[in-house]
Write a protein that binds this ligand. Structure first.
Ligand code: SF4
Length: 436
């Protein structure tokens, strides 16, 4: 039977979806992509923007014309009635029961063996024992590297965000369990592991933050394993964490939710850091790693972002030469402090700023790629399609591989070198130097 797990939103959702897909694989189901036919669609939704919710509704309506649609995730948590009304064959799984989906495949097999129909078997699925940290997949259907969830929830209350409302308070997986899972993933053949969480830098196990966790991980990990962090909120980034990045096994790729570079706007949005701290982090990252890939999220049109504050943000991003921007025009979300904010920016101004930043992102990303000419890097072999071989470098660039070894398989790690001629706006080529 075919099952499609369709994911919207953050890397944590992607990580959890892989855990769910893996539980179906191990029960003999066939995992397919969204364009293929499936009897069961599991849609893991996101509530960060109204756009993500619109897309979820569109996909759910589409999937429900073909199969049974099981919907979970932050949007399903916040607006289950809206989703339920989209079609008849929709089953909502609230966030506190999302991990129960890891046991659904087994239940379906047992129920159908005893003569139940597929829909009756899903309807009869009752509560089971499962924790939010049980999404530890042994196989990954939609990615060539492994995800490891170490944290969930968030104790902050940013004015624009309702993820913390949906996901609840910050919780952490014990460091011993993180280490055990990381070592298992390497044994299963994964060379790259991405640590994920809702607010990863809020990791706190017995007073040890994310820096302490990474120190312990590095102390026991093989030299050929690579770690990547899904995202880093600035407020809990300290020197202990930054110092762990000196290890080559931490990939030179960082993702920071900046949102604005104006202290006034950050304060209004109830962000827990200021630009002095953010500048310090960026300076240290650039000292520790050779030209790391630093991507930032930016929201345009946040309350109090007038022309001067936007200029501060634009100039800071340009001067700092970030490698990529993820730009989100602000739209007030229900159940947030900004739902009825009075100091809003007109929508057309918000959208103009988004366009300016997206253009800047293209320019900065191209510049970053051009700076890689002739440099050495790690690369994870990704795919071999129609004679074209692709990979993902340590500094998070999609590349084409010039000389793929015949034995190369998805997920393998190689040392490589960027070619000297990189055409503007095109994917760069790399040459494999050796098998790690
Ligand atoms: S840090 Fe802010 S934006 Fe991020 S999840 Fe927590 S409340 Fe939301």
């Amino acid at each position: 039977m075919n099952v499609c797990v369709y994911t919207l939103g953050c890397r944590l959702n992607q990580c959890e979806s892989e855990g769910i897909a893996d539980s179906f694989t191990s029960e003999g189901f066939n995992i397919v992509k969204e364009k293929e036919f499936a009897e069961i669609y599991i849609v893991n939704t996101c509530t960060v923007t109204s756009k993500a919710e619109q897309k979820a509704r569109r996909m759910i309506r589409h999937f429900a014309t073909t199969g049974i649609c099981i919907v979970t995730g932050c949007y399903a948590q916040m607006n289950s009635d809206d989703i339920k009304s989209l079609a008849n064959n929709i089953v909502i799984i609230p966030l506190e029961k999302k991990a129960h989906l890891l046991k659904l495949a087994k239940h379906i097999n047992v129920a159908m063996d005893s003569g139940m129909s597929l829909s009756a078997s899903i309807d009869s699925f009752a509560d089971v024992e499962a924790s939010v940290f049980d999404f530890d997949a042994a196989t990954f259907s939609y990615h060539s590297r492994a995800y490891l969830k170490v944290q969930d929830g968030c104790d902050n209350n940013c004015g624009y965000c309702r993820v913390h409302v949906a996901r609840g308070k910050a919780i952490t997986l014990d460091s011993e369990k993180v280490i055990k899972r990381a070592l298992q993933l390497r044994e299963q053949g994964f060379y790259e592991i991405m640590l994920t969480g809702v607010n990863l830098t809020m990791y706190d196990h017995e007073g040890d933050g994310l820096g302490g966790l990474i120190e312990k991980l590095l102390a026991v990990s093989a030299p050929d394993v690579r770690y990547r962090l899904s995202s880093m909120e600035a407020d809990h980034v300290d020197d202990r964490l930054l110092n762990t990045f000196k290890d080559d096994r931490i990939q030179p790729h960082f993702h920071i939710p900046l949102q604005s570079a104006s202290d006034k706007v950050l304060q209004r949005a109830n962000r827990k850091y200021d630009m002095k701290h953010l500048r310090y982090i960026i300076k240290r990252l650039k000292e520790i790693k050779d030209d790391p890939f630093i991507a930032v999220d930016v929201i345009t049109g946040l309350p109090q972002e007038f022309d001067e504050e936007f200029k501060e943000t634009y100039d800071f991003i340009k001067e700092t030469e970030f490698s990529q921007l993820h730009v989100f025009p602000f739209s007030p979300r229900p159940n947030t402090d900004f739902e009825n904010a009075k100091d809003k920016v007109p929508e057309y101004v918000r959208d103009e700023r988004a366009t300016l930043l997206r253009d800047l992102s293209v320019e900065l990303h191209d510049k970053y790629i051009q700076r890689q000419r002739g440099k050495e890097c790690d690369v994870i072999f990704q795919a071999r399609r129609k004679g074209v071989y692709t990979g993902l470098t340590g500094n998070y660039l999609d590349v084409l591989i010039d000389n793929p070894p015949v034995f190369a398989k998805e997920g393998m790690l190689f040392r490589a070198k960027f070619k000297d001629d990189i055409a503007i706006g095109e994917k760069p080529y790399i040459t494999i130097l050796e098998d790690k």
